[in-house]
Design a protein around this ligand. Structure first.
Ligand code: FPP
Length: 236
């Protein structure tokens, strides 16, 4: 990768393929998620090394609630374990934790752990790690539309005051720049209700690697690919 051309400020990742990784090894799906948590560490380290400012990971979608209860619980426990065990590293690496999604749907112990690590890392400012949890983009945009409609009803805005900027300021991601690069693992060509508004101009890189096999080098390769693209934002 060329350090003299642009490094994406914000990378978003659809971490896919944990189940297939496990199946290909004759292991239960939970083992795939466990191995996937290791890849999260790799992605954080790679972003730190490059100077990326935001890393958003699709860790649990609003549709993932439809998975068997045992898998949902295992994922929540894994997430809590990950946060508890990685908190000292996040501090050492100056990484701030943030979340987007319908957090109030998560189990109380998961919310508590998230709150604690977010408070602990609140002043860190080198990389912001954003976990999308119980996240769905349509739900997020609908919630923003509802708040705007409420504002119109209460006379705070007129319908013509509603601009893309005003809508964006009511999304969970209001405080962050849009992703420059969207990576999806395991070869699927879908966006799966992830950051639909925010990825309007993102470069997409799809890699065949299953998420548990994703290493720092894979992220560097994706950034190299990004650097080859000529971003025009609809202009010439
Ligand atoms: C998609 O693979 C992955 C998920 C639904 C969960 C992502 C979770 C992790 C990577 C582990 C822990 C996360 C953190 C932040 C510590 P899939 O199960 O849909 O795979 P498949 O499509 O092959 O079945």
């Amino acid at each position: 990768m060329n350090p003299f051309t642009s490094i994406p400020q914000h990378i978003a990742i659809i971490m896919d393929g944990n189940g297939r990784w496990a199946k290909s090894r004759g292991l239960p799906r939970g083992e795939g998620h466990r191995a996937g948590a290791e890849s999260v560490r790799e992605a954080i380290d790679a972003c730190k090394e490059l100077g990326v400012k935001y890393l958003t990971l699709y860790a649990f979608s609003s549709e993932n609630w439809n998975r068997p209860q045992t898998e949902v619980s295992a994922l929540m426990i894994l997430l809590e374990k990950f946060l508890k065990s990685r908190a000292p590293d996040l501090m050492r690496q100056n990484v701030k934790l943030d979340v987007i999604g319908q957090i109030d749907r998560l189990p109380e112990s998961t919310r508590q752990t998230l709150r604690r690590v977010m408070e602990q890392t609140a002043e860190n400012d080198s990389l912001t790690l954003v976990l999308a949890l119980s996240y769905g983009s349509r739900e997020e945009i609908t919630a923003a539309a509802r708040k705007l409609a409420q504002g119109v009803t209460e006379g705070r805005w007129k319908p013509e005051d509603i601009t893309p900027e005003l809508l964006a300021s009511h999304l969970d991601t209001a405080a962050m720049p849009d992703p420059d690069l969207l990576i999806r693992t395991s070869g699927e060509m879908r966006v799966s209700n992830f950051l639909l508004w925010q990825i309007s101009y993102a470069e997409m890189v799809i890699v065949d690697t299953f998420w548990p096999d994703f290493r720092q080098g894979d992220l560097f390769e994706a950034v190299k690919e990004y650097q080859k693209r000529h971003r025009r934002f609809g202009g010439l």
